[in-house]
Design a protein around this ligand. Structure first.
Ligand SMILES: NC(=O)c1ccc[n+]([C@@H]2O[C@H](COP(=O)([O-])OP(=O)(O)OC[C@H]3O[C@@H](n4cnc5c(N)ncnc54)[C@H](O)[C@@H]3O)[C@@H](O)[C@H]2O)c1
Length: 263
């Protein structure tokens, strides 16, 4: 493949249609902007009305969708069918967090986190896959917290669940040429966590010594949405500045003087 063909495979989404849930702000907004910049038609789905202004700015479409609502998904699919007649990419990005320990988590709060973060993706895949008649790419936004235990158990369980759903869906839909992958970001500062006391300690423990940006996650979404990843399915893609690679052992190495931390 020559350089021009490679560039096209990686960045040309013209003629394709994508749905991005939670697309009104944060990482979802960055994903919408990049997919649209690369030529895709993008349906922005969110419970936040801000998505309407973004759609207008980018000349795309917005649907007020709660990902936990089955009839909302039917509406999204009908909208895309009428608009472009095809669906190529689904980004299950909508997510919420509930920072409380098991003992302090009410069952309704547990269910809501699982409903939005995990069941929402299940409903999205189930509704959208039949419209991906020419194959497609489904991208589930999990988290690097899906590789260990954490102090926000509902969120952590939902993100581990997404990894399992991703692999199961990859098996089920391979025959339909639909690839299914998960992205597992580390700390990305957005409205989800902007006031969290975790920020500085996490940045301090991250080998890259910074948080990631929504645009960096969007670039990974683009890779998985594009033909450059045509042979990639059923996989997790961690983007976390090296955090889960060994942040704990790195701290031990710093504290014992094996390595020196940059000032
Ligand atoms: N920010 C991080 O550090 C981080 C790290 C790992 C994973 N993630 C995941 O990335 C995804 C995007 O998060 P973000 O950081 O951009 O946060 P964010 O809060 O800025 O964006 C989340 C979006 O999802 C939407 N949303 C929430 N519930 C919804 C529902 N029921 N139906 C439809 N939309 C809904 C919100 O309105 C919002 O626009 C989430 O799944 C989150 O769990 C975030």
């Amino acid at each position: 493949m020559n350089a021009a063909a490679l560039r096209a495979a990686m960045t040309d989404l013209s003629g394709r249609t994508a749905i991005v849930t939670g697309g009104a702000r944060g990482q979802g907004e960055a994903e919408v902007r990049l997919l649209a910049e690369c030529g895709a038609k993008v349906l922005i789905c969110d419970v936040l009305e801000e998505g309407a202004a973004l759609a207008e700015e980018l000349d795309q479409r917005f649907l007020r969708l709660d990902v936990t609502a089955e009839d909302g998904w039917a509406e999204a699919v009908a909208l895309v069918r009428d608009w472009t007649g095809r669906l190529d990419v689904l980004v299950n990005n909508a997510g919420i967090i509930n920072r409380s320990l098991i003992a302090d988590t009410a069952p309704e709060a547990w269910r809501r986190v699982l409903d939005v973060n995990l069941t929402g993706a299940f409903l999205g895949i189930r509704a959208c896959a039949p419209l991906m008649t020419q194959g497609g790419s489904i991208i589930n936004i999990s988290s690097n917290s899906a590789f260990s235990g954490h102090y926000d158990p509902a969120y952590t369980a939902s993100k581990w669940g997404l990894r399992g759903l991703t692999r199961s869906a990859a098996m089920e839909y391979a025959g339909a040429k639909i690839r299914v992958n998960a992205i597992c970001p580390g700390l990305i500062v957005t409205k989800l966590n902007a006031h969290s006391p975790h920020l500085q300690p996490m940045i301090g423990m991250t080998p890259a010594a910074r948080s990631g940006t929504p645009e960096e996650v969007a670039q990974m979404v683009l890779y998985l949405a594009s033909d450059a990843s045509a042979f990639v399915t059923g996989e997790d893609f961690v983007i976390d500045g090296g955090f889960i690679a060994g942040a704990g052992y790195r701290r031990v190495a710093v504290e014992t003087g094996i390595i020196k931390e940059e000032p």
